[in-house]
Design a protein around this ligand. Structure first.
Ligand SMILES: Nc1nc2c(c(=O)[nH]1)N[C@H]1C(S)=C(S)[C@@H](COP(=O)(O)OP(=O)(O)OC[C@H]3O[C@@H](n4cnc5c(N)ncnc54)[C@H](O)[C@@H]3O)O[C@H]1N2
Ligand code: MOO
Length: 410
């Protein structure tokens, strides 16, 4: 009786999670070449970002206290003490009752703790009329708000997204240790399978679909692909080609011959490539039941069912997470969903679409989306986030526990 030891999908995913890790040693690459690759080191910042407290608006640096109670009818009056130049040290100490003109991004002078926007003041000679009060910290980013010295900015196992490269740039890191792209070799089997560029098909011949779909899917996962071509249903030819590809690759994918017919050599070939051999043959799933997973040395080999839709579905379910693990992603980082519950009430103005950055967190069986608040000048808020949630323009907000769709960042 074949297929006697069929595993469930969850059991198969667990075997994958437990058995496989990157095959090759990490490499150090310049930041610009690291997008999409997975960090092989923990990154701890040796600096604070920003380096200095700076304004997020065009306006006047002030002491918040000096503006308290200011309104259109009763402005506060402050002495203008010059102008802060962009990219220069704000040299002058700001004293009580004073204001200094400051551009967006300008350095907050010592003594100041907030910035009044230009829209809310009027200059009359050397005198500044302030029509709005500000609170300490308003309209500015403090030194270290984005990243603190000694902070763990990113942990090994994280796939580098554009915002992650941005933070690395911000802390002055020029290169990172990452896992190289895994090399995936694909070999199609079957006497009836012919290359897809064959124009005239003989009766019974089938153009090779799986090399194309599976190769493209593996590339989309970040792998480098070796197209191994097609072998006939002959054990010796199949084994020698499989062995050749296995040596060049980090993962060997075999298409077809995974079932239990007399010419289905795939399992024997996989078993013959080395110990420990076949880990799974048969998964309780439709389509894709004859799926095979094996390990030779530290490397995985997968036998995908020949039917093209089955092969691609099995790829998405099992091969994609396997490739991610070979890329260095930790298994615990893989299982992300699109729907989650929001962890607290978030108000929002009607007539405006709000995008709230969120971090996903698993509570029992459910995903919860935890808002990551912060000014849009802070790149680290995006590093801490897994995605964002839209609060539609017609909504006054979302309530704690409400289901939201999380748009995952790549
Ligand atoms: N007695 C049983 N027979 C079968 C079972 C079963 O449980 N008991 N499972 C069936 C299921 S489900 C599938 S799926 C297939 C998988 O079989 P194989 O992996 O051995 O695939 P092949 O027989 O080689 O091919 C199946 C089908 O797909 C075509 N094919 C194969 N490779 C390609 C390719 N590269 N491009 C396009 N088309 C391809 C092939 O010509 C066949 O028509 O087993 C069932 N049998
Ligand atoms: O399970 Mo098969 O993959 O139905 O065609």
């Amino acid at each position: 009786m074949k297929f006697f030891n069929v595993k469930t999908v969850a059991e198969t995913l667990e075997v994958i999670a437990r058995q496989f890790a990157p095959v090759r040693q990490p490499v150090t690459l310049p930041l610009g070449e690291a997008l999409g690759l997975v960090l092989a080191e923990d990154v701890i910042s040796a600096e604070q970002v920003p380096h200095f407290s700076r304004s997020t608006v065009d306006g006047y640096a002030v002491r918040a206290k000096d503006t308290y109670g200011a309104s259109d009818s009763l402005p506060a009056f402050l002495d203008i003490q010059g102008k802060i130049e962009m990219g220069k040290i704000a040299g002058l100490l700001l004293r009580e009752g004073q204001a200094q003109a400051i551009p967006t991004g300008g350095m907050i002078p010592d003594g100041a703790d907030s910035v009044v926007m230009i829209e809310h003041v009027e200059e009359v000679g050397d005198l500044l009329n302030v029509f709005r009060q500000v609170s300490p910290g308003e309209n500015m980013i403090r030194a270290g708000d984005d990243v603190q010295t000694g902070e763990l900015v990113m942990a090994a196992g994280q796939r580098l997204r554009p915002q992650d490269l941005g933070v690395l740039a911000a802390i002055g890191k020029t290169s990172v240790s990452v896992y190289p792209r895994p090399i995936v070799a694909i070999l199609s089997t079957g006497d009836e399978i012919v290359p897809s560029d064959k124009q005239e098909l003989a009766p019974g011949e089938i153009r090779d679909i799986n090399s194309m779909t599976i190769g493209a899917a593996a590339r989309a996962c970040g792998a480098e692909v070796i197209e191994g071509g097609i072998v006939q249903d002959d054990f010796d030819a199949f084994f020698s080609r499989a062995q050749e590809l296995f040596q060049q690759a980090d993962l060997l994918l075999l298409s077809g011959g995974s079932s239990v017919g007399t010419r289905d050599y795939t399992e024997r070939v996989m078993q013959s490539l080395g110990d420990p051999g076949v880990l799974v043959h048969g998964v309780s799933i439709k389509p894709g039941k004859p799926t095979i997973l094996a390990k030779a040395g530290e490397k995985p080999i997968m036998g995908l069912p020949g039917h093209p839709a089955s092969a691609l579905i099995i790829f998405h379910l099992f091969t994609a997470p396997l490739i991610a693990q070979l890329e260095g992603v930790l298994p615990s980082h893989l299982d992300k969903r699109i729907m989650a519950r929001i962890s607290r009430n978030i108000p929002s103005a009607v007539g405006r679409s709000d995008y709230v950055r969120v971090k996903l967190e698993k509570r029992g069986e459910e995903w919860w989306a935890q808002p990551v608040f912060g000014k849009s000048g802070l790149i680290s808020t995006l590093v801490k986030s897994d995605g964002m949630v839209e609060i539609a323009a017609n909504k006054e907000g979302i309530m704690e526990g409400e289901f939201v769709r999380v748009h995952l960042f790549h």
